[in-house]
Design a protein around this ligand. Structure first.
Ligand SMILES: [Zn+2]
Length: 452
């Protein structure tokens, strides 16, 4: 008899994460995450797509996703939780009844997802005069299905137990372990995981000793086979760069994602080393306020350098005094605050843009990183000749190649399924290492079922 089934509602790519596990004789899958891949601006949703359970952003195992009784959520990033209100909406459209599934997530993940992801998704659709993908009622509905969990708390179900532990990465992130009651070894799913001390976010908790070996590990592969340099050295390099820009009386723009602690970490580090003034702008301000409410931000963090609004932003750009601006818009999407500051900075020789996070293919951030000094940059809808410096710093909040291998050595699984990475990189890694490790390695692919 098979004892563990794994099925993927997305491929190995970064975006719209979703997979399911089934532990026979349980007939039901349980779900992990339900993310969203941002759609082309201007594209809408129609009712038929919803009732068919079809969304161009992602494909899900359609037969199982909306009847999964339990959903286990790792963390609050768009590609992991962005589509949860759609799950609620889809269930109602298809069944004409209130959903009876339950979502398990940390309190921090719930609060940050609702306020920094789901609500702004509606506001942005309104702003762009696009149809809303879901409504405030769907947010309230999905929220009503949430059962908040704490790290280390064991949840008991008929066919399995589930327990989550801190995964580092962003505030409130968890990795999940499922213990099937059919005799199979435990199952691990990493979500996004980091083993480094990020200051505000601590490293992932070690796998407790009482778990022996694992049957399956679903492992994020963002930096599979790659090296992330030492974080302290990268922060020091970033400080040196900031001092250089300020010395030439320029502005240093640091784009960050609002969810996560990168903006706070960089800002607090600069202030500690008297680098500044440091301004904060965009949804990052909401994030910092929320993190203060939730006890995540450093006590006494001051809001005095929050940019107050659009006219304050315009005044800061016009005055052009030496400063650091940390602004929301991690990959510099057009129209974000980070994009607006950077669009002004790109043409100026004294300014700089410091890239501190992952840049997705085709984003304005990636175009900027790939541009040549004094070359033309296609920056969203604008074409600008680059005068400013563009430097990248590796402050990544993911496990790198050796950290992934150390984790797998501890889990000692029969099978590893890599997801959340670049397909070509995962394939090359598997081809190179297939005889090196005792575990079987697979790349996740859409709707493929792995059976043990
Ligand atoms: Zn993430």
């Amino acid at each position: 008899m098979s004892r563990v089934h794994v099925r993927f509602g997305s491929g190995a790519e970064i975006g719209n994460s979703h997979h399911g596990f089934r532990f026979p004789p349980d007939p039901n899958y349980i779900g992990v995450d339900f993310g969203l891949q941002p759609r082309e601006p201007g594209a809408g949703y129609d009712g038929q797509e919803l009732s068919d359970g079809r969304f161009p952003e992602f494909t899900i195992p359609q037969l199982v996703a909306d009847i999964m009784p339990h959903h286990f959520i790792t963390h609050s990033h768009l590609d992991h939780t962005g589509a949860l209100p759609l799950l609620y909406k889809m269930y109602r459209a298809r069944h004409g009844a209130e959903p009876n599934f339950t979502l398990y997530m940390s309190e921090i993940a719930l609060e940050t997802t609702e306020r920094l992801l789901w609500e702004p998704t509606i506001r942005m659709a309104d702003q762009d005069e696009r149809p809303r993908p879901f409504d405030y009622g769907d947010i309230a509905g999905v929220r009503s299905r949430v059962r908040v969990v704490r790290s280390g708390e064991v949840l008991d179900f008929e066919h399995f137990r589930a327990v989550a532990f801190d995964a580092g990465h962003v505030p409130g992130a968890l990795y999940w372990i499922f213990i099937p009651k059919n005799g199979a070894d435990p199952v691990f799913t990493s979500g996004d995981i980091s083993f480094r001390d990020l200051g505000i976010v601590k490293p992932a908790a070690p796998i407790p000793d009482h778990f022996g070996r694992f049957s399956v590990a679903v492992m994020e592969a963002t930096y599979l086979g790659k090296v992330i340099p030492d974080r302290k050295a990268e922060m020091a390099r970033l400080r040196t760069h900031a001092r250089e820009v300020l010395a030439r009386r320029g502005t240093l723009v640091v784009p960050v994602f609002s969810i996560g602690s990168r903006g706070l970490e960089v800002g607090a580090d600069f202030e500690k080393h008297n680098i500044g003034p440091v301004y904060y702008d965009g949804m990052l301000k909401d994030a910092i306020r929320l993190y203060k409410d939730l006890g995540v931000a450093p006590a006494g963090f001051s809001e005095k350098n929050f940019v107050r609004g659009k006219s304050h932003m315009e005044e800061l750009i016009r005055r052009h005094e030496p400063k650091v601006v940390i602004a929301a818009g991690g990959m510099l999407p057009e129209g974000s605050r980070a994009w607006l500051y950077a669009a002004d900075a790109i043409g100026r020789y004294e300014d700089g843009v410091a890239i501190v996070g992952f840049q997705g293919p085709g984003t304005p951030g990636e175009c900027l990183v790939k541009s040549a000094d004094r070359g033309m940059v296609q920056f969203g809808s604008r074409r600008i000749r680059r005068g400013c410096t563009v430097e990248q710093f590796q402050l990544s909040a993911h496990a790198d190649g050796s950290e992934i291998e150390a984790l797998l050595a501890r889990l000692d699984p029969d099978t590893v399924v890599f997801n959340h990475g670049e397909s070509a990189n995962i394939d090359a890694y598997i081809a190179k290492n297939s005889v090196k490790f005792p575990w079987k390695m697979i790349r996740a692919s859409l709707n493929e079922e792995v059976i043990l």
